[in-house]
Ligand binder design. Structure first.
Ligand code: UDP
Ligand code: MG
Length: 137
């Protein structure tokens, strides 16, 4: 078993896809270890996405991620981070395979409905960014 960290981004919350995405998480065999509904400040987003700080999209991304409410969750499954990335599809929804979450719901490359950790290491960092040990079950 391994863990991953996921977010439902502001576009998907605004477009009322939270229920469908949580249902998909369970259907894909993940166990929910922790779940929060919150709004990031721009500073929170900057810290969370600091690995991207040199990228041209960084400032806009951080503004976007703090523009509305999000859902944050820690999940457990075999092959967790890779399985979730397969379920969400490519960063740009125009390149995402049919049936993936981004193909189904995303508005654009930036407003692409969901986040998923890209390694076991980053999953640990991202889970601990949002959850204290006693908030994971
Ligand atoms: N992003 C963007 N423009 C780009 C690349 C990424 O707005 O050209 C945003 C998008 O919301 C993406 C996030 O920045 O999900 C993080 O980028 P990354 O390359 O890590 O994509 P992901 O791992 O989310 O597929
Ligand atoms: Mg990424």
């Amino acid at each position: 078993m391994s863990r991953t960290f996921i977010m439902i981004k502001p576009d998907a919350v605004k477009n009322k896809h939270v229920g469908d995405i949580l249902a998909r998480i369970e259907k894909e065999g993940f166990r929910i270890l922790g779940l929060k509904f919150l709004r990031l400040t721009e500073l929170d987003a900057k810290q969370f996405y600091k690995v991207h700080s040199a990228r041209p999209f960084y400032n806009d991304l951080c503004k976007y991620m703090s523009s509305g409410n999000i859902v944050a969750a820690a999940l457990e499954r075999e092959n967790a981070f890779q399985h979730w990335r397969d379920v969400i599809g490519a960063t740009d929804p125009r390149e995402a395979k049919p049936g993936t979450i981004r193909a189904l719901y995303a508005e654009s490359k930036e407003a692409n409905s969901v986040h998923g950790s890209d390694s076991d290491e980053n999953a640990d960092f991202e889970i601990s960014f949002f959850f204290k040990g006693n908030e994971l079950f």
